[in-house]
Design a protein around this ligand. Sequence first.
Ligand SMILES: [Zn+2]
Ligand SMILES: [Zn+2]
Length: 367
Amino acid sequence: MTHAAVLQSPHHPLLLTDVDLEPPSRGEVMVKIGATGVCHSDISVFNATLPNPVPVVLGHEGAGTVVQVGDGVTEVAPGDRVVLSWLAQCGTCFYCVHRQPQLCETAGVAFAKGALLDGTTRYRLNGQPVYQMAGLGTFSQRCVVPARAAVKIPDTIPFSSAALLGCGVLTGFGAAVNTAGIAVGDSVVVLGCGGVGLNAVQGARIAGARTIIAIDMHQERLELASRLGATEVLQPSDGVVRAVRALTGGRGADHVLEVVGRQETVRDAVKMTRRGGQVVLVGAAGDDVTLTVPAFTGVVMTGKTIRGSLYGSADIKRDVPRLVGLYESGQLKLDELVTETFEFSQVNDAVDYCASEKGARAVVVFP
Ligand SMILES: [Zn+2]
Ligand SMILES: [Zn+2]
């Protein structure tokens, strides 16, 4: 038995209730959640823009302590502090061995089904299965997840900050560092400065970018972006493409990271990129958002690269320890990204906070 927040149908407040929790099967672990972030994808499932079967326990950005392990688990042991990843990379499939673990075949199946790797779930309510968002479902005091989704972390990092590593930080930092491969002296635009975009900003700073232009509608987020490394901040307006060109020698930026997922920002991202530069699409756009670039004059003649970045092209076993190291050395700011904390009983307020696009991250902390 555990206390969990269940989404019974879209748009309805999460029901805080006791649910049955089955023990971990082979290759799984039970984690006592210490903190969970609320990410925009949780809101997308909440309001049904991201399809997911219900009832479901939301939450895919968590950290906690391993309390029980199933057969065959060697990666972690009870008592270990871990950060959870929504992509339980296997390390052995075609994509994992071709250094594209963000496309892991076996993990993707669980993600799409809202279940664990065998297609079933460990939560039960009144005898009926309750789905686990992205194979996790961290809006709960305890959850059972694939062992390979749990990456060990040291005692030096508080759960409320560590939780963000699992989604927002890996996605944003990784888009800048892994996917874009930003180099010393480069110019970078980050369109959209929520939990993911702000980490793209600090990824660009740590990679050594000289010019980092952060664009967002919300002044509060732009102030955060400045603290995390943005050298210029802009609010979107009719002249925003011109403003970016003016800040980049009239050419446009080397890298433009689109983290919003709207038609106008996707269109602007292509225009803001210099000839020979690259557009990195990160935002979770609906299918109605499309790329319309003339193939020859827009791509061939300009030599622009347009690429997608899923989960920051992350390899979780490589990247989580690297991010923890950057946090310990003071280069990666995580505590600053937690702009509001909530108790578990206030989880619906945390969802509202995220939906209203306030601050960087709402984090629910458990006693
Ligand atoms: Zn997320
Ligand atoms: Zn794999």
